[in-house]
Design a protein around this ligand. Structure first.
Ligand code: GLY
Ligand code: MN
Ligand code: MN
Length: 436
């Protein structure tokens, strides 16, 4: 759990970065229509949650370092007995102060009257520019309302700065309480993958394995999948973001499952590929073991002091050399790497930052160079090989094989912690689990 003290520390860190004379403004996520008058389940924006824990839509969070009457201000919906009877509890401005630690809180309906006064006299405004057109426009309207009063001595802010850069640098480094939640998300997700492996058999449909996975998420109190679960049997494993999940699982095929839960706003992201019937064929095993070797090399390279691209390069080297050895690529390994020949079979990068968002925030380059890995960063390592079913240039036995293996790795001072180690990934371990 993230305590209110931790939320307060996050705000304090950010305020120290933006400095006095500045104001930061963060809007809550908007509700999204799913169909007619039915909404998608609401999920607060990660930035808004990170700074407040406040879970409601129609809210705006404002930070004003050094403001004597309070630095943390929330605009939110007022309490409303009838709306709460229909749609659920609202904190109201009183609750924003009492439960979420706001120094000051106002009804969201009053924001046009109050916010210009808070902006006035500040020289810099920090916000996520260009993300939300409507919000950008409203911000300009608030600023313009100050400009319109210039003759009375009102001073509008002169500088608009992107908040994301600073805020996301903080989010990139996971604190102990965050790592604890990420371990939990990873453990639940690992358990879910084990359950799907045990349940697998020819004749099931892809959606039935999806149900096994998401059953564990739900039973463990993980509110949602962190992204749409991917369950691709046979050729479908070669479609990177396959989400139809509605085809029968056939004897002799592999199935690729890429699924992870979100637990208290933190994501896990795991891929395992296994035989539907519990036994790898020789061709499947050859490709699988190559991907595994690449994945282990990638994890080995994910260490503090190495640059961001080192794990990717490690996977590229292993995969290219292995594809030459198996006869899927021909030529010198060095030249094939330089020419990017592997990308016909391995067309994505080895991973991404992981945190509150599955493809989490944080810069990958600093001053034009790959950044160095540091303790507290969490990333995925997920190489794959995907051989298109109609790939005429390789022997028939390879066609339609798609394998990805993905784990979540925290960089520590001493090395790495594989958060998702709870789900097996060697051929022997998988076959043993599925046979049991
Ligand atoms: N599940 C999305 C990804 O692996 O990046
Ligand atoms: Mn994934
Ligand atoms: Mn991933």
């Amino acid at each position: 759990m993230i305590t209110s003290k931790e939320f307060a520390r996050r705000r304090k860190d950010l305020m120290a970065m933006i400095g006095k004379n500045a104001i930061a403004i963060v809007p809550a996520a908007a509700e999204q229509t799913r169909s007619r008058d039915t909404l998608y389940p609401y999920r607060q924006s990660s930035d808004f949650h990170y700074l407040s824990g406040f879970p409601e839509p129609e809210a705006v969070l404002v930070l004003i370092p050094g403001r004597a009457k309070g630095q943390f201000i929330v605009f939110c919906r007022e309490r409303d007995r009838e709306r709460e009877t229909w749609d659920g509890y609202r904190a109201g401005p009183e609750g924003a102060c009492e439960q979420y630690g706001a120094d000051d809180a106002f009804p969201i309906a009053d924001i046009d009257d109050i916010l210009p006064g808070l902006l006035e006299g500040k020289s810099k405004v920090y916000s996520a520019l260009g993300k939300d057109k409507d919000f950008d426009q409203r911000l300009m309207e608030w600023v313009n309302s100050i400009r319109a009063k210039a003759r009375t001595g009102a001073v509008p802010p002169g500088e608009f700065v992107d908040l994301d850069h600073l805020l996301h640098e903080n989010r990139l480094f996971k604190k102990p309480a965050e790592l604890k939640l990420m371990r939990r998300a990873a453990k639940i997700s690992a358990e879910a993958h084990c359950r799907a492996m045990r349940a697998s058999k020819p004749g099931l449909n892809e959606y039935q394995l999806q149900a096994e996975i998401e059953h564990t998420f739900a039973m463990e109190g993980a509110s949602f999948p962190a992204y749409t679960s991917i369950v691709g049997g046979g050729d479908n494993a070669c479609i990177l973001h396959y989400v139809e999940n509605n085809q029968p699982l056939n004897d002799g095929d592999l199935v690729l499952i890429d699924a992870g839960c979100e637990y208290q706003y933190y994501a896990a992201d795991i891929t395992r590929t296994f035989p539907v019937n519990g036994r790898f064929s020789p061709a499947q095993k050859a490709i699988y073991e190559l991907v595994l070797k690449a994945q282990l090399a990638g994890i080995e390279a994910a260490r503090a002091g190495n640059h961001w691209d080192a794990p990717h390069q490690a996977t590229v080297e292993v995969i290219t050399a292995g594809l030459v050895k198996l006869g899927l690529l021909k030529g010198s390994v060095k030249k094939l790497i330089a020419a990017g020949a592997y990308s016909e079979f391995y067309m994505h990068r080895a991973g991404h930052w992981l945190g509150m968002d599955v493809h989490d925030v944080g810069d990958y380059k600093v001053d034009g160079e790959w950044r160095l890995l540091e303790a507290g960063m969490v990333m995925t390592i997920e190489p794959g090989i995907y051989i298109a079913p109609d790939c005429k240039k390789v022997a028939k036995k390879w066609r339609g094989i798609g394998v990805r293996i993905e784990d979540d790795v925290a960089i520590t001072r001493r090395g790495t912690e594989v958060l998702t180690a709870g789900v097996p990934k060697t051929v022997a371990e998988i076959e043993a689990l599925m046979a049991a």
